[in-house]
Design a protein. Structure first.
Length: 278
């Protein structure tokens, strides 16, 4: 490692030490709702009064701005994250590259972009940094996880299907191998809530993540069903946790399990939802 790289890593480490809680959101594969969980966990925490930042570190699929209705927004400099509400700010590669352009970069370019994001963003005084990692356990995920500082933690997001659970087991092992404490596992798309009859149908099965958590000695945080409110909220740029639905109530319960002592209610979220709509 060059002296310049050592200095950069030290600068990043000093920044990370100023943030009490650093949580990486990990998935073994794409398409399981990792970014949806990242944005809603962050928003839920912010509505409890915590200062929260989201780092969208998925270089090839930077979707966090879309979750907050900020698609197409460009920022003049990397140091200032975009303020969503009084307590929530986000930063993403999409703020600095042309819309619809694919990121066709080789490893060194991607590693350089990651280091620039970690080093350049000024988060100010935040309580939580939620890091939306790329899917899988490749170079980008490893670089970010190893540079968000010791005592950082992780959450694994999976769906109930066997193929997703198998990849998620690898993610649990990955996190443990690099000393990234696993707070627990969330099962997303856990059953489908019918709009007409309001009954639950297990399209993708259900309960696989809970069993996997038991098998890997990991905490099961909870499950979030497929719900039309989730789709509509994401498309409208509003976190689904701000709506009264089975999915939002389940995620609120999950947050309480994830961080003991947090007392989050739908009423407290509705009260501050107007901030997002300004």
């Amino acid at each position: 490692m060059t002296e310049e790289m050592q200095e950069r890593k030290q600068k990043i480490l000093e920044k990370m030490f100023k943030i009490k809680h650093r949580i990486a959101i990990i998935s073994g594969k794409g398409g399981v709702g990792k970014s949806t969980m990242s944005s809603n966990i962050a928003y839920g925490l912010s509505q409890r009064g915590y200062k929260v930042g989201i780092l969208d570190a998925d270089l090839h699929g930077p979707n966090i701005p879309i979750m907050f209705g900020k698609e197409g927004v460009k920022l003049p400099k990397i140091s200032e994250p975009l303020k969503i509400t009084e307590n929530l700010s986000i930063s993403s590669l999409s703020f600095f590259i042309p819309d619809d352009d694919p990121v066709i970069w080789r490893g060194p370019q991607k590693m350089g972009a990651i280091m620039e994001l970690l080093e350049g963003i000024e988060w100010d005084d935040i309580d939580f940094l939620i890091v939306d990692l790329p899917p899988g356990t490749g170079d980008e995920t490893l670089t970010i996880a190893q540079n968000i500082g010791p005592n950082a933690k992780s959450i694994i997001v999976t769906t109930p299907q066997n193929v997703s659970l198998l990849d998620s087991k690898r993610s649990v092992k990955f996190a443990k191998l690099i000393n990234l404490k696993v707070l627990g596992i969330i099962e997303n798309m856990s059953g489908f809530i019918c709009d007409g009859c309001h009954k639950e149908v297990n399209i993708f099965k259900k309960g696989g993540a809970k069993k996997m958590a038991e098998d890997t000695g990991t905490k099961f945080l909870g499950s979030v069903p497929l719900d039309s409110n989730v789709v509509e909220s994401c498309d409208n740029g509003t976190p689904f946790i701000s709506n009264d639905s089975v999915a939002s109530r389940n995620l609120i319960t999950t947050l309480s399990v994830m961080i003991p002592g947090i007392k989050l209610t739908l009423a407290s979220i509705f009260f501050r939802l107007s901030e997002l709509e300004k």
